[in-house]
Design a protein around this ligand. Structure first.
Ligand code: ISE
Length: 334
């Protein structure tokens, strides 16, 4: 039977997690697919052979036939659902963000500390992507010398919703970079500036951010949610002795008509196919053993990403640099 996993949310990411649990996670059983839309839950459950469906997300944590939970419902539900899982003593893989409010994140930190155990692993899957793994290793083993700067590009074909704003580029998309860059560099940010060029149409323009770290490094992040041509993530880390850059992830290229081309994925599920699977395997081991995986993001990392995003939105709205001010890291997360 293995570890019985419930998935809350049967949208794009919920369906992807259901697929991974059903097809690529030996030792796990897809027990329940839950969505307030019963038809949506049923469709995903039938496609991946879940044992049951549910329409009440608030009741999932307490179900005796569920051992661990993947939260993939809308962003604003993540914090409340995470708290109910901590209360029920069930381990959680929560899609990012933990919450868009840093104070809600603090409630979760408090609940975990009071429980005396870690329950939440956050779905910042890029930490499991081989390119970032190698960049982190290059920093740690000194292969590029002291890291000075990290350049990042994060481009989506189009915004997921018509009412997506520049602020949401910072609260919904950029947290991936906020998290993975501080993970690779092993540091924290002290300030953030944010700028936006003008588009000729009404679509959301790219957001360009510059962050400074406590160790005096610079981090550039371009978030372009309307890049049109494909899902494209790039990163280059500049050290004092060498640089290390991410290669485009492609298995093939086409040579034709005196030219050469490769293709882009339409979204992140293909680009991070392997990272999601590594992440979910790490989550399963966490659910089985209670030992928090070394690479994974914790609730503390979720809090850090939320603080940076809040400062980033203020920097964009006010048009000037904002400090990134976090509480001291609790001993519990050391
Ligand atoms: C989305 O929510 C994600 O998490 C994707 O990984 C990211 O690329 C996209 O920009 C977000 O909107």
């Amino acid at each position: 039977m293995g570890t019985r996993i419930a998935i809350i949310g049967a949208g794009l990411m919920g369906a992807d997690h259901a697929k991974i649990v059903a097809e690529d996670l030996p030792g796990a059983t897809l027990q329940v697919v839950c969505d307030m839309d019963a038809d949506r839950a049923r469709k995903v459950a039938d496609r991946y052979g879940a044992r049951d469906v549910d329409v009440n997300p608030d009741g999932i944590a307490a179900r005796p036939d569920v051992d661990a939970i993947i939260i993939a419902s809308p962003d604003f539900t993540h914090a409340t659902l995470s708290l109910s899982c901590i209360k029920a003593g069930k381990r959680v893989l929560c899609e990012k963000p933990l919450s868009q409010s840093s104070s809600e994140c603090l409630d979760i930190l408090k609940a975990e500390e009071q429980a005396g155990e870690r329950f939440i692993m956050l779905g910042f899957m890029r930490r499991f992507d081989q390119s970032y793994v190698e960049m982190k290793r290059a920093v740690q083993d000194g292969a590029i010398g002291r890291a000075l700067m990290m350049h990042n590009f994060h481009r989506n074909v189009a915004t997921p919703a018509a009412d997506f704003t520049g602020a949401m580029a910072i609260t919904n998309s950029a947290p991936h970079e906020f998290d993975v860059v501080r993970h690779v560099l092993g540091t924290e940010y002290i300030s953030i500036s944010a700028f936006q060029p003008k588009r000729s149409d009404t679509l959301v323009a790219p957001v360009h951010m510059v962050l400074e770290t406590v160790d005096g490094q610079l981090v550039n992040i371009e978030i372009n949610n309307n890049a049109a041509y494909g899902y494209d993530v790039r990163a280059e880390l500049v050290g004092e002795k060498a640089t290390i850059a991410m290669n485009p992830v492609n298995y093939t290229r086409v040579d034709r008509n005196l030219g050469q081309s490769t293709s882009y994925e339409a979204d992140w599920r293909g680009r991070y196919h392997e990272a999601y699977r590594r992440q979910n395997r790490a989550f399963l081991r966490f659910a089985e053993s209670g030992l928090f995986p070394e690479t994974a993001s914790s609730s503390w990392d979720g809090y850090c990403a939320a603080v940076v995003a809040e400062a980033g939105v203020q920097a964009l709205n006010k048009g000037h640099k904002m400090p990134v001010e976090m509480i001291m890291k609790p001993e519990f997360y050391a």
